[in-house]
Design a protein around this ligand. Structure first.
Ligand SMILES: C[S@@+](CC[C@H](N)C(=O)[O-])C[C@H]1O[C@@H](n2cnc3c(N)ncnc32)[C@H](O)[C@@H]1O
Length: 253
């Protein structure tokens, strides 16, 4: 969709965000597909969803394409990514965006609903250290309704397998280097482009004040996520998908 007032082509920004993220995560769309399949499996095709650390709203986009009767609240702290999200979904009454810091103890109070059928997140919670992440999981234990679902797709590192991890990392980075030589934009390139856009320049400067280049966090194992989610009040939790570097952990309340 192009914003006629600003002339911004939001879909073009969405597509360039997707290409940039896929440079890091070649299996990104497969991860989204399995996530949306498991939403349907656990809570059905008309869920009320919280897209946690939504960025440009990538999960919300895949969700609504599959389930037109779903609704979504996207929450994020990045003013530039939220600008793209709001521009892309402008006029869609199924979608609301909220600016909040997931490390703020009161962020939940900003949401338009007290409970959700599904809380979904991707490539985001490794921006938090394990202690604030465990606190966040405690909050999600109160936000997901009984029988509802939480899913986190992210890089999850099993430290008991260092040789496998090193081989996987070297193989993945070799493929990334080849793609970079072919002209793919990485994180820094993408943000440099956003900083030159007349609409995104202001919010991009703000996001650098908030985060710097990137927040610092941890990448605990899928087992850590499952155990911490059980401790937070979820009845069952385990990985439902994995690649050599990533996992999708699902927890049912
Ligand atoms: C790599 S992006 C992923 C966005 C989206 N989920 C996707 O898959 O395209 C990570 C997101 O996490 C958000 N994030 C990181 N820490 C956050 C925090 N403390 N509060 C809110 N959002 C946060 C960032 O602003 C960013 O939008």
């Amino acid at each position: 969709m192009t914003d006629t007032a600003s002339g911004t082509d939001w879909q073009a920004w969405q597509q360039s965000w997707d290409r940039q993220q896929e440079w890091y995560l070649p299996d990104r769309e497969e991860r989204f597909r399995v996530m949306i399949d498991m939403v349907e499996a656990v809570v059905g095709p008309e869920p009320r969803v919280l897209d946690l650390a939504c960025g440009t709203g990538s999960i919300t986009d895949r969700l609504l394409k599959r389930f037109p009767k779903a609704t979504s609240t996207g929450v994020d702290l990045d003013p530039a990514l939220l600008t793209i999200a709001r521009g892309s979904f402008a006029g869609d009454e199924r979608v609301t965006f909220v600016a909040a810091d997931l490390k703020d103890p009161h962020w939940v109070e900003r949401l338009p609903y007290d409970t959700y059928d599904a809380v979904l997140t991707a490539t985001a919670l490794h921006w938090l250290h394990t202690e604030p992440l465990a606190t966040l999981y405690g909050q999600l234990g109160g936000l997901v309704r009984d029988g509802g679902v939480f899913m986190n797709a992210d890089r999850m590192i099993d430290t008991t397998t260092p040789r496998i991890n090193a081989a996987e990392r070297a193989h993945r980075h070799a493929a990334m280097d080849r793609a970079k030589e072919a002209g793919v934009l990485d994180w820094a390139d993408w943000w440099a482009l956003a900083a030159q856009d007349p609409v995104l320049a202001g919010p991009t400067a703000e996001r650098y004040e908030i985060y710097g280049e990137h927040a610092d966090g941890d990448m605990p194992s899928a087992q850590w996520h499952a155990d911490t989610l059980r401790a937070a009040g979820f009845g069952e939790a385990r990985a439902v998908w994995a690649s050599p570097s990533d996992a999708l952990v699902l927890a049912v309340k």
